[in-house]
Design a protein around this ligand. Structure first.
Ligand code: ADE
Ligand code: ZN
Ligand code: ZN
Length: 266
């Protein structure tokens, strides 16, 4: 029986909770190239040799930390919930908090000169991570399916769920490292986009994510109960939007960090 349970656990797909490592690092690497000198120095003063791309995945790594903060408090910091037809401004955050309330809290910590370096490093790593997460369309969940984690699909014949397809499936099938991916995307961001996308209000990023989210659900499978089968057609349909969200995530992360360290309102 113990063996059976162990096997069951080993086979159970763990719910994916963020862009995968590559997605977060692509956004971090793009941002690292776009921030001001002042921001670069401020980040280095807090994180030392750890760069923005490296810091971006740390809040997912720490999910397995047994401390109460990670097990009881930090879970909701990765996403927001916005039902179709509503805006984040209309629904706001639940009592346990969400990615937006976490951003506000961590901005205050980074700016608090009396806070410890460890506390400021945790806050900065979370900010870097959350700006990325909010550009993953399914991190603005519709409130019915845990951001697509409950939507079972196959992707290139492997059993998974819609959330994981967007966290990592669509990205990993490119077979690029994060630095190769960032090097492809960076020169495709035009000067006008760099200027026009510099929006630091998370409500704007969330509105875009929720609008995209509503378009990316596969048609219900013809046999009820069967997972929808996603393959080359799905990749072909959504590659441009995947790249757009990674590019915008990078530009917004740079803008957000610049505003953070310039003392601008956030
Ligand atoms: N749990 C509930 N909603 C979620 C979301 N949008 N993303 C990740 N995990 C979730
Ligand atoms: Zn996350
Ligand atoms: Zn996720």
């Amino acid at each position: 029986m113990r063996l059976f349970l162990a096997l069951l656990l080993a086979l159970a797909p763990t719910p994916a909770l963020a862009w995968g490592k590559t997605g977060h690092r692509v956004i971090g690497a793009i941002a690292a190239r776009l921030v001001t000198r002042h921001t670069r120095h401020a980040v280095r003063a807090i994180l030392g040799v750890e760069g923005i791309a490296e810091a971006s995945t740390w809040p997912d790594f720490e999910r397995s930390n047994p401390d109460a903060f990670w097990q009881k408090e930090a879970g909701p910091f990765h996403y927001v919930t916005v039902p179709p037809g509503k805006t984040y401004a209309e629904v706001g955050a639940p009592p346990e908090g969400d990615a937006v309330t976490a951003l506000t809290k961590f901005v205050a910590t980074v700016r608090d000169r009396a806070a410890s370096r460890d506390a400021r490093a945790l806050a900065l790593r979370f900010i870097i991570h959350i700006v990325g997460d909010l550009h993953q369309p399914l991190h603005a969940g519709n409130g019915t399916d845990k951001g697509g984690n409950d939507v079972k699909v196959t992707f290139n014949r492997e059993s998974t769920n819609l959330h994981a397809v967007w966290d990592s499936g669509l990205i990993d099938q490119e077979q690029l490292s994060y630095s190769e991916f960032a090097a492809w995307l960076l020169p495709r961001i035009t000067t006008a986009e760099r200027r026009d996308w510099r929006v630091t209000d998370p409500k704007v990023w969330i509105g875009e994510s929720a609008a995209l989210r509503d378009r990316i659900y596969p048609a219900p499978p013809t046999t009820p109960g069967e997972p929808a089968k996603l393959g080359f057609d799905y990749v072909y349909a959504w590659t441009a939007d995947r790249d757009l969200r990674l590019e915008q995530g990078g530009v917004r992360l740079a803008a957000y960090l610049d505003a953070l360290f310039a003392g601008k309102p956030l």
